[in-house]
Design a protein around this ligand. Structure first.
Ligand code: HEM
Length: 240
């Protein structure tokens, strides 16, 4: 279905179903980039403690904070992308429902997609996870006793926060389950993204179809490895 909702080109594009799908694909792509980049940065937690006692993850966190304006620009960009993604998802699902209601007499043409329900549930898990995660590791509201550590030079001790956070099996378990569900969302999202952008042509379909499972597996293995490594006592021995 395609409806015009404005006089200008952007208005018309957003008024169309394909325009909304493109918006979902672009904003989703921004978040996939963030999730993978964030994971690579966080995996530094696996590095050994250096002689100076300032772990790589603490230097990395301090470096990010020192970017100041850039960090805030990225934060606002991520927030805007997230809001646009959710908005497009709501608009598209309303239009789908309206289309199904209008055409129930020929309902064999328009099938209810179980994947949209699956994406809705895993998408809500992501929203819940991000709220919890920010309260935990960015605002220090969940485990204030783990968050409040600083090194002698005044640096925020993200390493200790990380280790104490995941030594708690409840929080580690939450991160493990959430990150598996996030990976499942990414699996379907990557395939849909290529489809929307018209790149899933018969010639490349078999390769494109590997991208979803590949991105999901990398995100799940990388993100689950961190709480598991702490829980098993493989890292963090220096934190008492
Ligand atoms: C096991 C997996 C993860 C770990 C260990 C982790 C760790 C962290 C840490 C330590 C911070 C705070 C950094 C600091 O204040 O210096 C942080 C911030 C953040 N994380 Fe994660 N994260 C994980 C997964 C994710 C995922 C899957 C998402 C998104 C879906 C995500 C989104 C964010 C966001 C939006 C921030 C705030 C960034 C900012 O303050 O600008 N994280 N994470």
């Amino acid at each position: 279905m395609s409806t015009a909702s404005g006089g200008n080109a952007i208005g018309r594009l957003l008024g169309s179903t394909i325009g909304m799908k493109i918006l979902m694909a672009i904003t989703g792509f921004i978040w996939i980039g963030f999730v993978l980049g964030h994971m690579v940065g966080n995996l530094q937690i696996l590095l050994p403690m250096p002689e100076d006692g300032i772990h790589a993850i603490n230097k990395y966190a301090a470096m990010l904070k020192a970017t100041g304006g850039l960090l805030w620009a990225v934060r606002f960009g991520l927030l805007a992308a997230f809001a646009a993604h959710v908005w497009a998802a709501i608009v598209l699902s309303k239009r789908n429902r309206a289309a199904r209601a209008d055409s129930y007499a020929v309902s064999n043409n328009i099938q209810a997609k179980p994947s949209s329900y699956y994406m809705l549930i895993t998408g809500l898990v992501i929203l819940g996870f991000i709220v919890f995660h920010l309260a935990h590791f960015t605002l220090g509201l969940v485990q204030p006793e783990a968050f409040g550590h600083h090194l002698a030079n005044g640096m925020h001790d993200v390493y200790t926060m990380f280790i104490l956070g995941f030594r708690n099996p409840v929080y580690a378990g939450l991160y493990i389950v959430a990150n598996v569900l996030i990976g499942m969302h990414l699996h379907h999202a990557v395939t849909s993204m290529f489809q929307t952008l018209g790149l899933r042509t018969p010639k490349y379909q078999q390769y494109i179809d590997m991208a979803g499972p590949a991105v999901a597996s990398v995100a799940i293995v990388g993100n689950v490895l961190m709480p598991v490594a702490v829980l098993l006592g493989l890292i963090g021995g220096s934190v008492s």
